[in-house]
Design a protein around this ligand. Structure first.
Ligand code: XIL
Length: 360
């Protein structure tokens, strides 16, 4: 019964029922509006669970897999693996790659005319044990890892996060197994990826690029150093795990403008908005709907305003629906950071994105 009422309310006024509370937004009824992928001037993506360990979100193994696939293919024209292309999952043993889940995502994307963005070749996290304990030739091991994965997907993946989160917020290089064992590892990783697939766009991806200017500066210095040394790089990914206030629009404007000035492509690569940072809300209240609408709209509009067409790598949201988001697990309380509620209905955040894409 509650489900039916929520569904009817959602149709009438874009109410989100996922958080357990009730709310209305003041905006128009957008339930019958076109799908985002059909109105978007940029590739519009979503991160999807695929593996059997992604119990709730998997588009392959979860109880709701069919519904997730239908919604993802309806609204988006680009996908990212939320986890299954990370080293721990795709390269579990030194001489063993596990392609099955990642291939499944690629096939799903092909069948639905969607692009695939690869995430992520090199990261300090989510590493298999064998890599963490490796005692051989580290540089060769990293190059083999990158070459094997990028080559496997050279016909189906057109852009990659080569390096994820290599700098700290203060602009210093993050300590990692890669950084400890391989001099100049970032440049070597990008060069290996270019050799493996000369046509793929190669991205550096990180969080807090707008709220931590020292980190963005470090990334921009790296890009300019790469230019001098003829090391390939095509783009910068702004993860955009943000909350409703920080970074503010002026910080975002400065950061996008600086990044655009490099001439590189720019992606919003993992957007979600924490609406309940200190856990004060137990349910999805009406002021949350208004705030998320405005926040998503402003960030997407700013991206479209500041990033010229030729430099737009696209916008990807980090998950399909609120109940599948990593945010509640990470912050250990309820949150509503995405475009769809747990009934897979469009929320006020969806409306904000729709408006930004269509009013531009
Ligand atoms: C997160 C996934 O969403 C979770 O399912 C997983 O448990 C941990 O990683 N930055 C990234 C992403 O680049 O890969 C992270 O994804 C979120 C932060």
């Amino acid at each position: 019964m509650k489900q039916t009422i929520c569904y009817l309310l959602a149709l009438l006024s874009m109410v989100g029922c996922g958080g357990g509370g009730s709310s209305t937004t003041t905006t128009t009824n957008y339930a019958d509006q076109p799908n985002l992928r059909d109105v978007s001037p940029v590739p519009l993506g979503v991160a999807l669970g695929v593996g059997d360990f992604e119990t709730k979100s998997s588009i392959r193994y979860s109880a709701n897999a069919e519904n997730y696939q239908a919604l993802a293919a309806k609204e988006f024209n680009s996908v990212v693996a939320e986890n299954v292309m990370k080293p721990e999952f795709i390269h579990p043993q030194e001489n063993e790659y596990f392609w099955d889940d990642a291939d499944y995502l690629v096939d799903f994307a092909k069948a639905n005319n969607m692009q695939v963005h690869g995430h992520t070749l090199i990261w300090y996290q989510t590493l298999p044990n064998w890599m963490q304990n490796y005692s051989g030739d580290w540089e060769q091991m990293m190059i083999d890892h990158i070459t094997t994965i990028v080559s496997h997907y050279s016909d189906s993946i057109s852009s990659w996060d080569v390096l994820n989160e290599a700098f700290q917020d203060d602009g210093t290089e993050r300590t990692s197994i890669w950084q400890q064992h391989i001099p100049d590892y970032i440049a070597k990783a990008f060069s290996a990826a270019r050799t493996a697939d000369p046509d793929a766009d190669l991205y550096y991806n990180d969080y807090n690029l707008a709220s931590a200017p020292a980190k963005l500066n470090a990334v921009l210095e790296m890009a300019s150093d790469f230019k001098t040394r003829n090391i390939p790089i095509d783009g910068i990914g702004f993860q955009m795990h943000i909350d409703s206030n920080s970074p503010n629009l002026s910080q975002l404007r400065t950061a996008f403008s600086k990044a655009v000035a490099t001439g590189l492509k720019i992606r919003i690569s993992e957007m979600d908005v924490v609406m309940n940072p200190d856990g004060a809300y137990t349910g999805y209240a009406s002021n949350i709907a208004t705030q998320e609408h405005d926040r998503f709209k402003q960030v997407v509009a700013l991206y479209l305003e500041l990033v010229p067409l030729a430099q737009r790598g696209g916008i990807t949201f980090w998950g399909l629906a609120d109940n599948l988001s990593w945010i509640p697990n990470y912050y250990k309380h309820a949150d509503w950071p995405l475009l769809f509620d747990s009934k897979l209905q469009r929320k006020a955040a969806w409306t904000g994105v729709y408006e930004a894409l269509t009013e531009n």
